[in-house]
Design a protein around this ligand. Structure first.
Ligand code: R5P
Length: 264
């Protein structure tokens, strides 16, 4: 791995803890104005000081994030489909030249293992790795799970391992039972998505179980920005990821910060 690649990766996964809190706000690329992200700038700005990196599209990056902010960017470079169409039919939507112009620390694309279009997305990943490595840019493979797939260790382990075999530098997948098996069989760091909004305490437990079972952190979206108290929530997630806080400790912090906000 060359210096630039290592440098960019260490901007995302913090060397002090070997972990990361990525803030995922890329949902609009196929969902449009998702709840909580209708006005991306308003959602993102207060969370930025607590995010180790920001995962988003170039359109939102250009229009809704101050270029003087020093947050590392993991740019989503796959898409081309919507919730109304065939989600697996993604292609690459950003050139490497534009990614470099945007000074990104990483690029992300989804793979759809088990779908009729798995070959297209897997070859897309391999090609992206070839191109990104030319410039020392790490690639995050996102294991998208179709409605008819099981989010279990067998499927997520298969998809994560294939992503790593094709050269992804880190993988984003879902937490599941026997998650340690997914981590053990994947030779690159794994971060977990939060998934649909669930109660804060449950989301904190999810993050805790993931890191305690080997995840290098989270790439969390809805469970942060759809919380009634997103700034408190991201800080609580940080306590778990970087300080090994228990879910109870993190939930106490969440409640304290949320209360302070109400009083202020
Ligand atoms: C989905 O493909 C997107 O990359 C989202 O960013 C991802 O699902 C993570 O967000 P959430 O924590 O809301 O699941």
């Amino acid at each position: 791995m060359d210096w630039g690649m290592k440098n960019r990766l260490s901007r995302i996964i913090k060397p002090e803890t070997g972990r990361t809190v990525m803030l995922a706000v890329d949902h609009g690329y196929f969902l449009g104005p998702t709840t909580g992200l209708e006005e991306p700038r308003k959602t993102i700005e207060p969370l930025l000081p607590y995010a180790d990196s920001l995962m988003l599209t170039r359109g939102v990056l250009r229009r809704c994030v101050d270029p003087s902010s020093n947050v590392p960017v993991v740019l989503r470079v796959s898409g081309g489909t919507s919730i109304l169409g065939n989600l697996a039919d993604e292609g690459t939507t950003v050139s490497m030249r534009d990614a470099i112009r945007l000074n990104v620390s990483g690029v992300a694309l989804s793979i759809f293992v088990g779908s009729g279009l798995e070959r297209q997305t897997l070859v897309g990943l391999a090609n992206l790795v070839d191109e990104a490595e030319e410039y020392g840019i790490p690639v995050l493979a996102v294991t998208a799970v179709g409605k008819d797939m099981n989010r279990d260790a067998r499927y997520l382990g298969l998809a994560s391992r294939i992503a790593a075999e094709l050269g992804a530098h880190f993988v984003k997948t879902y937490y599941c039972e026997d998650f340690e098996k997914v981590v053990r069989s994947c030779p690159v760091p794994i971060v977990i998505a939060g998934g649909k909004k669930i109660p804060e305490k449950d989301a904190l437990e999810l993050a805790y179980n993931a890191v305690q079972n080997g995840a290098a952190g989270v790439d969390m979206g809805r469970n942060i920005f759809q919380s009634e108290h997103p700034v408190a929530m991201i800080q609580a997630v940080r306590e778990i990821v970087h300080k090994n806080a228990t879910p109870d400790q993190a939930f106490d912090l969440f409640n304290t910060l949320a209360q302070e906000k109400k009083i202020a």
